[in-house]
Design a protein. Structure first.
Length: 409
């Protein structure tokens, strides 16, 4: 057996080389993602109890490793070093498809040779809060694998907990299978996880960034559950993409000017202008919906620029459900609308195993498409994160081939 194999070169089944190729972020390279990720050769991580070593075929590109590359809002390398981890680098990647290559003691639900999709939520199954019945995603032990933890999927091999593995839907290519879980299952939790504010047949749902990773999944899941998705996008091409996925209508956010933080409450002129714009936006929502109903769920991840609009537009007793803040973290809320109309502003993060498996079933059945729009190579990892950072990436989800052959589509 060789010490190091080329990308795509298959080691003898079950044989684990000492070294592997990985796309690595280092603190001295923090900044533009295109520079921050560089190919290096590192040690293959060891497999512990309850874990599996995965020969990575393809990996999904997600926004969290844009943040990792920038080194903000969290320096993930420094955070782990403070907790005693030795590595002074970060191997990102929070989802992938691959082949189970080795398993540790106590692993029963996957075996060497299985084709799997790897999901990105990790936690301590023995944690006190989980043992007392908490959803693992709310556990203090919860981490985003390949973002808060090291040795993610941007490498030839990765070590995962056995529960992260989901059977790979057979109809998908390696790249398609690599790119749907993180955005799809996160969207699924947002739309189904917060009773009683779950999508019901006929519910109008407003979906920001409808052509993005989360948004493309949210449109399809809303449709699959019988809701009516109205998306927001910033170009004609993106709007067409949303319509193709099942959006009933698309609002072009470039037609409005009221984004960002709310004007000062004592500034009557500015507040009046804001109200006029947000009402104009609300009228566009009604127009696309074909009736004067407010969104029962607003699907949020944009944050500072859009939260005031989301909270204002949301239906009485409806929910704004948020899993990120791409444009900033100070989302202004006019509390009057929140309490008088009894609206809910709900944080949502990742997904639990049930949500992951349910979403995977929708994908396997063909009810939701993985929306893979671009597949790059290992060397493109930095470039694709840069496109995402600059909001110039193609619609839907992106993946890179790690060990998968060039004709995997
Ligand atoms: P994405 O593919 O880049 O999609 C985000 C979309 O947001 C873009 O397509 C863009 O669409 C829209 N957008 C950008 N700037 C905007 C603005 N100023 N106003 C309104 N819309 C804007 O990213 P993603 O993968 O969907 O992730 C989105 C966010 O969610 C990221 O911050 C990510 O970190 C977070 N996230 C969190 C979790 C979690 O579990 N907590 C999971 C996944 C993602 P248009 O320009 O066409 O409007």
């Amino acid at each position: 057996m060789k010490e190091l194999y080329d990308l795509g070169e298959l080691p003898p089944t079950g044989a684990v080389p000492a070294k592997m190729h990985a796309s690595v972020i280092r603190r001295e390279r923090f900044g533009a993602p295109v520079q921050a990720f560089q190919g290096e050769v590192v040690d293959v991580p060891a497999v512990g109890r309850g874990q599996a070593l995965i020969y990575v075929m393809a990996a999904g590109i997600n926004y969290n490793n844009v943040w990792a590359a920038l080194g903000k809002p969290v320096d993930v390398i420094a955070a782990r070093r403070r907790k005693g981890e030795a590595e002074d680098f970060h191997i990102g990647g929070s989802e992938c498809s691959g082949i189970v290559w080795a398993v540790g003691d106590g692993v029963h639900n996957v075996a060497v040779g299985d084709h799997v999709v790897v999901s990105g939520g990790v936690w301590d199954e023995g944690a006190r809060d989980i043992r007392l019945g908490a959803d693992p995603m709310t556990s203090a032990s919860n981490r985003a694998w390949g973002y808060e933890t090291n040795f993610g999927s941007f490498a030839q091999f990765t070590v995962v907990n056995d529960y992260q593995c989901v059977p790979k839907p057979e109809r998908l290519s390696w790249a398609q299978a690599a790119a749907y879980v993180l955005s799809g299952a996160t969207a699924y939790r947002q739309l189904t996880g917060w009773h009683p504010n779950v999508v019901r047949p006929g519910d109008p749902v407003l979906i920001w960034g409808g052509s993005g990773g989360l948004g493309s999944m949210a449109i399809q899941i809303t449709r699959a559950l019988g809701g009516t998705p109205i998306a927001v996008a910033s170009s004609k091409e993106r709007a067409e993409y949303c319509l193709g996925l099942g959006a009933q209508g698309v609002i072009d956010r470039n037609d409005y000017t009221h984004w960002g933080r709310l004007p000062d409450i004592d500034d009557a002129d500015a507040s009046g202008r804001w109200l006029q714009e947000v009402r104009r936006f609300g009228s566009a929502f009604w127009e696309h919906l074909g009736e004067r109903r407010a969104p029962r769920i607003v699907f949020e991840h944009v944050g500072q620029d859009t939260i005031p609009t989301s909270v204002y537009l949301c239906d009485n007793a409806g929910m704004v459900v948020l899993c990120g803040g791409t444009t900033g973290y100070h989302g202004d809320v006019d509390l009057r609308f929140l309490w008088m109309r009894q609206k809910r502003l709900q944080g949502s993060h990742g997904f639990n195993l049930r949500q992951c498996h349910e979403l995977s079933r929708l994908i396997a059945n063909g009810d939701v498409d993985p929306c893979l729009s671009h597949t790059g190579d290992f060397a493109d990892i930095g470039k694709l994160h840069q496109l995402m950072h600059d909001n110039l990436h193609p619609c839907g989800n992106m993946a890179v081939r790690i060990n998968a052959p060039g004709d995997d589509e």
